[in-house]
Design a binder for this molecule. Sequence first.
Ligand code: ATP
Ligand code: MG
Length: 173
Amino acid sequence: ERVLRVPDAGLVLLVGVSGSGKSTAAARWFRPTQVVSSDACRALVSDDENDLAATGDAFELVHTIAAKRLKRRLLTVVDATNVRKDDRAQLVRIAKEHDLPAAAVVLDVTEGTANKRNAERTDRDIPPRVVSRQRRDLRRDLKRMDREGFRRVHVLRGEEEAAAARVVPERSW
Ligand code: ATP
Ligand code: MG
């Protein structure tokens, strides 16, 4: 068993390509109200979880909800791919603005695993080239993610490590 320590008051970023299992893990590890999902926010502003033109508005909403929750010192999980450094930096900044820590939990699966799962999905159609690009972004940053201002960076490789992981909140200060 692997213990993932996350701040009891602060931000947790799930990080991983489409099909890496972020939403599945979030449902296992956290209460529904603790999870802010970019797809759910996209659906709220566009009636369509897949409407890419709504991405800007969806993330504004993610950031706003995260900030409101952090103001109340609530554990807040961001369920989005978070493979781009700039996207993570914005979220880390929001945590810091509230004097709270952020942690990252990376679901590092192979492209093969992600593509296989995505092919079986009925909720979304995610082409392998999208996963490829996300994977490239993630790989480039993975080794240096611990210098992005996170209190902890947990990297889970493959299904087994994710399945064996358990989340334990720790005192933020
Ligand atoms: P997206 O970024 O597109 O939202 P995601 O990272 O949230 O993707 P999930 O929706 O959690 O990915 O998982 C994608 C698919 O893979 C789902 O159909 C899910 O049931 C399946 N899946 C997730 N985790 C596992 C696992 N550990 N073993 C087998 N299948 C899994
Ligand atoms: Mg998801």
